[in-house]
Ligand binder design. Structure first.
Ligand code: ZN
Length: 312
């Protein structure tokens, strides 16, 4: 309120200055809550104009040493209280409007990506449970082996390839399935602090997307990685609207530990094809490649079934 007090008691200031100030205050109230949405050019309601006018008149009167109640601080005058209330009401209206526009492909909204990504990371499984067998037991069929192998070896009973890996949680050498090896690699990634770097980089990239002011971005889901979650295939190449539920889904993929995907700037008509030919062919080729090189133990897995679905 400093400025209001400065005005108080000052000799005649130009009427326009006071009015401009009151107007600015009003706009400030609006813009503080405008979350980046382009201001719609709806004319202010007459009631609002009256409120501003009353406040301006009070300010001018005070500047001349008068006003309705000169000894009462400006913030406690009727004119100011009405003005403040109408500003708050308008801000709430704008907020509600923005909320309604979110997720409906409406105007671009602003998202606090640091906060959103932190939320997603908190929900992302980061299980550090010990995985694999320390003892000489096949991780597939639980057959006891004569000796604990030092490197990968076929199980004499089930014929699956027993992997030998170091378990990051305790450093022990364990016998693991192909899927368990991937889980161990994720644990290693989490433990080494690499995941924090991945999350940090994603936040930085989203800040750039935000700074571009575009209402959409494309999700490169990083399907060139050695292991690719099925959801990443579905998200790869998708264009998502800022602030939409789909955007959150895309960020969930990019927050999976070891994901090498990234947001890509998208310029163009929002009435896009969600997958253009380029991304669709990448998706198909990579799914085929992964399917063809799946280890024997995973040929009948849910993952393999999903891959077959993608390949059609
Ligand atoms: Zn076995």
């Amino acid at each position: 309120m400093g400025l209001f007090h400065d005005l108080f008691g000052k000799s005649s200031k130009a009427r326009r200055r006071e009015e401009a100030y009151a107007k600015r205050q009003q706009n400030q109230g609006r813009w503080d809550d405008m979350t980046g949405e382009d201001r719609e050019d709806d004319t202010p309601e007459p009631a609002q104009n009256d409120v501003i006018k009353a406040l301006s008149q009070e300010l001018i009167a005070r500047a001349h040493g008068g006003g309705s109640e000169p000894e009462v601080p400006l913030e406690e005058t009727d004119a100011f209280k009405k003005f403040a209330a109408s500003t708050r009401a308008q801000a709430a209206e704008v907020k509600a409007k923005n909320k309604a526009a979110k997720g409906s492909g409406g105007p671009a909204t602003q998202v606090d990506y640091d906060k959103l990504i932190d939320e997603i990371v908190a929900e992302t499984p980061q299980d550090m449970m010990p995985i694999g067998n320390v003892e000489a037991i096949c991780p597939y069929c639980s057959t006891r082996l004569k000796n604990k192998p030092l490197k990968k070896k076929k199980c004499p009973k089930c014929r699956n390839e027993i992997q030998v890996a170091r378990r990051p949680t305790d450093g022990l050498r364990v016998l693991a399935t192909d899927e368990q090896v991937e889980a161990l690699e994720v644990q290693e990634f989490l433990q080494s602090g690499e995941y924090e770097k991945q999350v940090w980089l994603l936040k930085e990239r989203m800040k750039r997307i935000k700074a571009s002011g575009e209402g959409f971005w494309r999700c490169d889901a990083g399907i060139d990685a050695r292991s690719v979650p099925i959801e990443a295939f579905y998200m790869h190449g998708k264009v998502v609207a800022v602030g939409s539920p789909e955007e959150r889904e895309a960020l969930e993929i990019l927050c999976i530990p070891r994901c090498i995907g990234m947001p890509v700037a998208f310029h163009g008509d929002p009435k896009f094809e969600t997958m253009d030919d380029y991304y669709a062919s990448q998706r198909y080729e990579r799914a085929l490649e992964i399917y063809q090189t799946l280890p024997k133990s995973m040929k009948d897995s849910e993952y393999a079934r999903e891959l077959r679905r993608i390949l059609g």
